[in-house]
Write a protein that binds this ligand. Structure first.
Ligand code: HMG
Length: 394
């Protein structure tokens, strides 16, 4: 049996959120458009003293309290919210977490797909050398223009996964289905700190990539719909995944109905409803949500996962849930994290949004403390980002 895969999975998101009711009131929209039409109740908002590095370090922290930081052999950092064109965000995380110098670090990019590219790469590293302990981190901040249709689908978060030959959480099966096409559905040129998107077109391309990736998986392995206990999707917003699964059932010759949709994917949507889009991390927010909130024991069951990154790449892959997975989840601390976030007024959300842009463009700035997370961005001095560990006395 294949035991290479995810040994631990840990989430982190910003300690602030905007309620979609307040968003709707400020933008003059019906709140049901967001709750029902998009499937979103809130979105996490990044404070000015956090970025993809602090999100990532805060996500990985619980794993490195359980496992020796010096045992990590590689960090694969997936993001499309890069803070530097040369230095990998993973190098900052490597320093903050006190990892060994006998470790490799690299940053990977392909929109929201990069988290899956990193995960598959990590699994292959372990298949080649069983002593590898790879820390895969997907960390992103979803930002669109104020007042644009995309604004309602923002959010932020990071997922850290320890990938080894002891897959307590999810053993990754070999043989996946994939699809690539050169399209302009969503992109962010170097001179912008918000994404450009052809919104409706992007939802169509997502579904096209899903169809081809699924067919590629089914053709390459002797599997059919009934071989899957649950499904997880890339989650730009919850409704996208519901539509995707309805489409998948149709392709599989089945009729979509609400009971089946709730049963096979409902639990995967719960965390995303309140966090919003976290780009490369969002599929893994979905997986964690599924494992931590589904009321059935999913041990030894097969999960299907669809990863989508605009531009575009889609990959459908599968994993088998570990037999004792529930005792290895950080469920209680994830629930505390989500429940303890502070609600922002709409004007404070706008202030955080504006400050994000100012920090992005600064080469010298001191940042007051906003975050409650362990790691924070404290300053940029002479073009160099400075991070602080709030638990280590200075
Ligand atoms: P919009 O045009 O403002 O919304 O933007 P809409 O008018 O299409 O309404 C949305 C849904 O709400 C519709 O449902 C409405 O009917 C419904 P649908 O017809 O689609 O089933 N609705 C209501 N429902 C109940 N009560 C009401 C009500 N009013 C309306 N009163 C759009 C929507 C998704 C285009 C926009 O938010 C956007 O551009 N988002 C960003 C792009 C995006 O998320 N695309 C998803 C696929 S691409 C992807 O996933 C990759 C990505 O994560 C990036 C990456 O890979 O890096 C984005």
């Amino acid at each position: 049996m294949n035991t290479v895969g995810i040994q631990r999975i840990s989430l982190y998101t910003a300690p602030y959120y905007l309620d979609m009711d307040d968003f709707a009131a400020a933008r003059g929209e019906d709140p049901e458009k967001f709750h029902v039409g998009l499937g979103q109740d809130d979105m996490s908002v990044l404070p000015p003293d956090e970025d993809i590095v602090t999100l990532a370090a805060n996500a990985a922290d619980p794993i490195l309290r359980e496992f020796d930081p010096k045992s990590i052999t590689a960090v694969l950092f997936a993001t499309e919210s890069g803070i530097d064109q040369s230095k990998s965000a993973g190098a900052f995380v490597h320093g903050l977490l006190g990892l060994s110098n006998r470790c490799r670090v690299v940053e990977l990019k392909h929109a929201c797909y990069a988290g899956t590219a990193a995960l598959q790469m990590a699994a292959n590293m372990v298949r080649v050398n069983a002593s590898e302990k790879v820390l895969v981190i997907a960390s992103d901040v979803a930002r669109y223009e104020l007042g644009s249709p995309g604004e309602a689908t923002q959010g932020c978060g990071a997922v850290a996964m320890l990938v080894t030959n002891q897959a307590d959480i999810l053993a990754l099966e070999t043989g996946t289905g994939y699809y690539t096409e050169d399209v302009m559905d969503f992109w962010r040129p170097n001179y912008r700190d918000t994404a450009l998107v052809d919104g409706k077109y992007s939802t169509m391309v997502y579904l096209t990539a899903l169809k081809h990736a699924w067919q590629s998986l089914i053709e390459s392995r002797n599997l059919n719909y009934q071989d899957f206990a649950r499904f997880c999707y890339h989650l730009p917003f919850g409704k996208m995944a519901v539509k995707a699964h309805g489409r998948l059932m149709k392709i599989a010759g089945l009729e979509a109905n609400d009971d089946e949709l709730t049963h096979v994917m409902g639990a995967s949507l719960i965390y995303n409803r309140t966090v919003g889009n976290s780009y490369s991390a969002s599929l893994y927010f979905g997986l964690t949500s599924l494992l931590e909130t589904d009321t059935n024991n999913l041990a030894n069951q097969r999960i299907g996962l669809f990863s989508y990154g605009s531009g575009c790449v889609g990959e459908f892959f599968t994993g088998i849930v570990g037999k004792d997975y529930q005792s290895h989840l950080y469920q209680a601390s994830h629930h505390r994290l989500l429940a303890s976030r502070e609600k922002l007024s709409f004007s404070r959300y706008l202030s955080f949004y504006k400050q994000f842009g100012e920090v992005e463009r600064s080469d010298n700035i001191e940042l007051p403390v906003y975050t409650k997370g362990r790691f924070r961005l404290s300053a940029i001095r002479a073009h160099k980002r400075q991070y602080a560990d709030q638990q280590r006395p200075r």
